[in-house]
Design a protein around this ligand. Sequence first.
Ligand SMILES: C[S@@+](CC[C@H](N)C(=O)[O-])C[C@H]1O[C@@H](n2cnc3c(N)ncnc32)[C@H](O)[C@@H]1O
Length: 279
Amino acid sequence: MSSLTLSDEKFKQIRDLIYEESGMYFANTKKYLLENRLSKRLEEVQLSSFDEYYYLLKYSAKRKEELSRLFDQVTINETSFFRDMPQLQAFEKEVIPEILKRKDRGGQELRIWSAGCSSGQEPYTLAMILKELMETKAFKFVPEIMANDISGAMILEAERGVYMDYYLRNTPDYYKSKYFTHKGETYIISDAIKLMVKFSIMNLLDEEKVGTMKNIDVIFCRNVLIYFAEEAKKKLIETFYEALKPGGYLFIGHSESLHSISRAFKLMLFPNAIVYKKE
Ligand SMILES: C[S@@+](CC[C@H](N)C(=O)[O-])C[C@H]1O[C@@H](n2cnc3c(N)ncnc32)[C@H](O)[C@@H]1O
């Protein structure tokens, strides 16, 4: 029986396959991480070598399904509610008011996209912020929030909307008591917020699916690019540029940058937050 050791050669083949399919890139230093995570999956599908597993991923009739399971295993889903407050303040106090001012001249839609939304904390945070603005009568129509992730397991969690208190560590008490029900060690997001977000499984490199995302006012794609190789980053940023309306905004992670990736956007500087604008 073959051992469950991932050879360098097989590591590179699986790494390249993951890259081609998702844009995520595992550097050589991540070999053991991949070996560890995939070993579990091999046991589940009762295969005894990475050679067989690679065959399953590459050639079998079930390859698409297995790739989805693989993404569930290898994606890094770290997130929280109200992650990076300065960016959220720029969204609430600068970006949305500026967009609404333009909308006064017509148009009753506000389309927000959380790309790589993990288990839903980011789009639900945006929904809470927008709900508050609606209550202060900043606008009356209901915004559309589309949220997607490559991991089906994460989308299921998001739709469930039940969270351990760890994920609310940055959440102001006001929002905690207004939009969650506290039950034991968990917090359940309110239906009013749940209804504002439409979740779906989407691979951001799937041109056909991503091509359906049009006329977007604001895109949040934070802490996703960081796992992508250069070419995939460029492709994704071009996609976002196409998806945005003129005057639309792109938020990426605090530690990410479009430097050497794209010159198409205008850099907007807000207190402790950089936002990219399509002019
Ligand atoms: C670290 S989480 C970031 C979550 C959230 N945006 C935040 O900043 O808190 C990165 C997410 O990107 C997703 N992801 C990675 N590659 C993707 C791809 N090609 N298409 C869609 N989602 C992807 C992962 O599944 C993961 O849930």
